[in-house]
Design a protein around this ligand. Structure first.
Ligand code: SF4
Ligand code: SF4
Length: 177
């Protein structure tokens, strides 16, 4: 999943992050382990579009993707999605486990209408839940830990609406085992 640009952290003249995002006595959400922000910049390597895993899609995303492909939603569901778990719907995979919309030469063939989980990666709730998870995911995504610093407040906001059904976040590194 290639991902959209998030707001870059604004730095104070002294060079420190201008919004550290923590105060004594605040909740864990307000005082996350990534309080000083996290570095990430997508290299567009495409690794997160390939390999086993779910790409969750909701009704609105299915509607947008169907319109893009100029087919009805029923046809889209039949041809491009599969049931995953009890209630979830995921994009299909190709035989080699690439996402059905991954094109080796062009990248994501539905980029402007890609699902939310593709836009929010790697700031998924399950990944930013702990530093261990973040570092583990960094073994699969070369953009993690690199590039611009993203503010803690922005990360928390994205993670709270990461596009993944509740309880479904898994580290990609776990999916491959
Ligand atoms: S929809 Fe696009 S960005 Fe998302 S996993 Fe598939 S190829 Fe990657
Ligand atoms: S694995 Fe990371 S660096 Fe590579 S395309 Fe996905 S988000 Fe970008």
């Amino acid at each position: 999943m290639e991902h959209e640009e998030f707001g870059l952290a604004k730095r104070s003249p002294g060079g420190s992050v201008s919004e550290p995002g923590y105060l004594p006595g605040v909740s864990r959400e307000q005082d996350p382990w990534y309080r000083e922000g996290l570095r990430f910049e997508c290299t567009r390597c495409g690794r997160c579009c390939r390999g086993a895993g779910n790409v969750w899609v909701n009704d609105d995303e299915i509607s947008a993707l169907s319109a893009r492909l100029e087919i009805c939603e029923e046809e889209f569901r039949d041809d491009y999605t599969r049931r995953a778990g009890r209630r979830g719907v995921s994009l299909k995979q190709k035989r080699n486990q690439d996402c059905v919309f991954w094109d080796a030469k062009a990248g994501c063939s539905v980029y402007e209408d890609r699902p939310r989980q593709c836009r929010t990666y790697p700031f998924w709730a399950g990944i930013v839940h702990s530093e261990d998870n973040w570092l583990a995911e960094g073994k699969a995504c070369p953009g993690i830990g690199e590039g611009p610093l993203h503010l803690a407040s922005a990360i928390t906001e994205v993670a709270a609406d990461d596009g993944i059904p509740a309880g479904r976040t898994r580290l990609r590194i776990e999916k491959k085992t």
